[in-house]
Design a protein around this ligand. Structure first.
Ligand code: PLP
Ligand code: ZN
Length: 422
């Protein structure tokens, strides 16, 4: 293993472990593990400017800050995860009354969701520990990402998903050639079954909020936001009159994405490379709000709910990374926002008008921003970044419910005039 990877630390009890001592969660309390890097050594051998100058246009530009060896991938899909665009949305900002609004579009990843970041790093880890099979439970996107990244390197993959997963996501799993097992139960049932199966058959398990390497992949989005902000809109020159921190809105299911982005900023902070911690706002659906509930109760106890929301990617009974997800908002001066399914569906259409096709879980983040702005948690001059976590093509049925059906006419100009009132 690379020397920069020095071990793990439990997020609950704080115990530390050597790299070879544990694989998944804390053996004492089941807490999520943070990967520890050799921060002084990195600080000594690397400067931010070297990363800024990298020609690598993918998450692999952060290899010196990742706990894997250089995989030396040729130009295959796993090599192109990350480096997603940030769009500026001046017309939308004006429409809602914000001064500055951006959207980071994670649908531009190889399998069209944020999950590629985690799966790229987990598959790389799997190769380096010579795992025979990789496996994950998924509401759809994590599975598609693992199946796609595994296919790119020829690694066998098994995916457990709830039977109710949207058809496009199941199609992706099958097309990537994974062994797909649909469980007649919830995501949480699939999750527990996957852990049992991986223990029984010796498979390497990617489960979100279980395998510590998913967080390491997801933290690269934090690195990208830092680079974009430092060199772009957040640069001292442009911001000399306004030192407001960036506010980031992201949807939350298991809580691994928001925790991952936070880990990215925490790594940068430990390296002394972060000028100002952004505020993290987690957005949950009304029918799946276990992390938000814990946040508002003021503690860190995650009580399961019976999840029910149109946003399947954030439909989770018991969030598996809830504690770190609560902290991500609490330690950065952010908050949690709860949105209704109706607000989520409306947000799909609202963002679509600007040329971005967004899945319900991605739309939730924007709905959360509207909510936070209305309630005064965001001011008009706060710079805001919304993260679109997945593509609208993943769930066409939900998208269709956001718009009126197209008209059908017979092929005559008279009919065209009629329907367009010309
Ligand atoms: C997985 C996922 C989320 C939520 O991520 P968590 O780590 O479960 O909180 C949000 N949006 C999309 C599209 C996802 O696939
Ligand atoms: Zn512990």
């Amino acid at each position: 293993m690379p020397e920069k990877f020095v071990g793990y630390q439990c997020s609950i009890c704080g115990r530390t472990f050597a790299p070879g001592q544990v694989t998944y969660t804390c053996p004492h309390d089941g807490g999520n593990l943070d990967v520890l890097l050799d921060y002084p050594a990195i600080q000594h051998s690397l400067a931010p400017e070297q990363i800024f100058a990298s020609q690598e246009m993918s998450l692999w530009r952060y290899l010196p800050l990742l706990p894997v060896e250089d995989p030396e991938y040729p130009q295959i899909p796993i090599r192109s995860a990350g480096s997603t665009p940030v769009y500026t949305l001046p017309r939308l900002a004006q429409e809602i009354g914000l001064r500055e609004l951006w959207l980071k579009d994670e649908s531009r990843n190889p399998t069209a969701s944020f999950k590629d970041r985690a799966s790229a790093v987990v598959v790389t880890r799997a190769r380096q520990i010579a795992a025979s099979v990789v496996v994950t439970a998924s509401t759809g996107n994590a599975g598609a990402a693992l199946a796609g990244m595994a296919a790119a390197v020829g690694q066998p993959a098994v995916i457990f998903a709830p039977r109710s997963a949207p058809p496009a996501k199941v199609a992706q799993l099958l097309i990537y050639g994974a062994k797909v097992i649909l469980v007649d139960g919830s995501y949480d049932d699939a999750f527990d079954l996957t852990i049992q199966a991986s223990q029984e058959f010796g498979w390497y398990c990617r489960n979100t909020g279980y395998n510590p390497f998913t967080l390491e992949g997801k933290k690269t989005a934090g690195f990208e936001i830092w680079e974009w902000w430092t060199l772009g809109p957040g640069s001292l020159f442009q911001r000399s009159l306004n030192h407001k921190p960036l506010s980031i809105f992201v949807s939350v299911g298991d809580g691994n994405i928001i925790s991952g982005i936070h880990k990215g900023f925490r790594d940068l902070e430990r390296l002394g490379w972060l000028e100002q911690m952004p505020r993290l706002f987690g957005v949950q659906a009304e029918g799946s709000a276990a992390v938000a509930n814990a946040f508002f109760n003021g503690g860190e106890t995650i009580k399961p709910v019976t999840a029910n929301t149109v946003a399947d990617s954030i439909s989770v009974d018991l969030p598996r990374d809830g504690v770190r997800a609560v902290r991500a908002a609490r330690q950065t001066g952010g908050s949690y926002i709860i949105v209704s399914d109706q607000e989520i569906i409306q947000a799909i259409a609202a963002i679509g008008k600007y040329g971005i096709f967004i899945e319900p879980a991605g739309a939730a983040a924007y709905a959360g921003l509207l909510n936070a702005f209305r309630s005064g948690q965001i001011n008009a001059d706060d710079p805001v970044l919304v993260i679109n976590t997945g593509s609208g093509l993943k769930d066409v049925r939900a998208a269709m419910s956001a718009v009126k059906e197209a008209v059908v006419i017979s092929p005559t100009l008279a009919e065209v005039r009629k329907v367009l009132n010309l």
